[in-house]
Design a binder for this molecule. Structure first.
Ligand code: NAD
Ligand code: MG
Length: 386
């Protein structure tokens, strides 16, 4: 039985990971669970999966969590706050930590897990985008594996099995096109939060659903691919594929192109990150190509979706710039979700933050944390001008 810990257990990634654990009770065992603030669901998960340790980021809710768990025997260790999350991430015999926290809040717990020798099943892309310059050296230093759980990067990783070193020439990331793929560009400034939350193919947390509508999600995934697979930004491309059946492709040095296909279901990349290098048998719905009919592709429209270009630019600059891009995006998305700015203000605020940032090219962790803090404050300070 593989012992695993799950950060962000109450979210979309977290609950789907627990679905997998429930389906394979003799393959996986939960050592630790942690979430942001949803005490009710977290307590329910603790009763069902019986972890040794449980953490809640919102420290004020610690008492409520303890109460919700009262009578449990054996009682797990209960911790709270940012430090508590790091304790859960590094605790006990867990071999793999699934990072399902949303945002850069996942950075320090992920680092704690790496330093405790845990493999990382990475869903929390913001951590790698902001922290790439320090995460990659730590992964090498502690000899752990960074296993992609994002569907595109899992597809690339699956295609790469058996490819010799130096064989990878190009990555082609597929994008569904998000909520507004068929909306004329002139209408984008007037879309509402509810419109932007209607994703055509995937059911996910709010932040990534907005990122999909702006295509920043794909921009972030370009940077994620750069840090995971080491390719230059000129060799990472985006193609719109509205059916979300091909999850991404790689081109090899001899021009052979390999793709991974499947129905849009996050459980598959999560399962592979947990079972790697093994494959497990599932009873999930199988892909029927005849039912799919046609798979189509088109070039992304950079005028309609400026976030992609902003991400390429930040990625090429490197250093603390990707942390600024990420933090400005997190802040802008949160402002959009609370209806304080319009949809097209999101790229404007991110661009302004990146332009104003004094980039540190070889940052330490403190520089990244400071860049993250600065960018959030910068976006807030711009509010009067948007
Ligand atoms: P979500 O909003 O559904 O869940 C987020 C989880 O993080 C919740 O458990 C929440 O309690 C926890 N959380 C939030 N803020 C926190 C904080 N400050 N400290 C600790 N925990 C906190 O989000 P999601 O859709 O599950 O996405 C999680 C991550 O996975 C994101 O980085 C996203 O980009 C990535 N991802 C998600 C999907 C998907 O299908 N949902 C696909 C690919 C990648
Ligand atoms: Mg993805």
């Amino acid at each position: 039985m593989k012992p695993i810990t799950l950060l962000g257990s109450t979210g979309s990634i977290g609950t789907q990971t627990l679905d997998i654990v429930a389906q394979y009770p003799d393959r996986f065992r939960v050592v630790g669970l942690a979430a942001g603030s949803n005490v009710e669901l977290l307590a329910h998960q603790v009763r069902r999966f019986r972890p040794e340790i449980v953490g809640i980021a919102k420290e004020e809710k610690l008492g409520e969590l303890r109460e919700a768990l009262s009578g449990l025997d054996p009682m797990p260790i209960v911790v709270g706050g940012a430090q508590g999350l790091e304790t859960v991430a590094s605790y006990g015999a867990a071999e793999t930590v699934v990072t399902g926290i949303v945002g850069c809040a996942g950075l320090l717990p992920t680092i704690a897990a790496i330093k405790a020798g845990k493999n990382i099943a990475l869903a929390n892309k913001e951590t790698l985008i902001a922290g790439g310059p320090v995460i990659n050296p730590l992964v090498a230093e502690y000899g752990v594996k960074l296993l992609p759980a994002d569907s595109e990067h899992s597809a690339i990783f699956q295609c790469l099995q058996g490819v010799p070193a130096g064989g990878l020439a190009r990555i082609i990331l597929t994008a569904s096109g998000g909520a507004f793929r068929d909306l004329p560009i002139e209408q984008l400034p007037y879309v509402t939060v509810a419109d932007a939350l209607k994703h055509p193919n995937w059911s996910m947390g709010k932040k990534i659903t907005i990122d999909s509508a702006t295509l920043m999600n794909k921009g972030l995934e370009v940077i994620e691919a750069h840090y995971l697979f080491g390719l230059d930004y000129d060799c990472i491309e985006i193609v719109i594929h509205p059916q979300s059946i091909i999850h991404s492709l790689i081109e090899l040095q001899d021009t052979s192109v390999l793709a991974q296909l499947g129905l849009p279901d996050m459980r598959l990349p999560l399962l592979y990150a947990l079972s790697y290098p093994d494959r497990l048998t599932t009873n999930w719905q199988r892909l029927d190509l005849v039912k799919c009919g046609s798979l189509t592709f088109r070039a992304p429209d950079h005028r309609k979706y400026p976030c992609m270009e902003l991400a390429y630019r930040a990625g090429r600059t490197g250093g603390t710039m990707t942390a600024v891009l990420n933090a400005a995006n997190e802040e802008a998305v949160s402002l959009f979700l609370s209806a304080r700015i319009g949809f097209m203000d999101i790229p404007k605020l991110i661009e302004a933050a990146c332009q104003a940032h004094d980039c540190i090219s070889q940052p330490r962790l403190e520089d990244i944390l400071e860049a993250d803090r600065w960018a959030r404050q910068f976006v807030q300070s711009q509010l009067v001008t948007v």
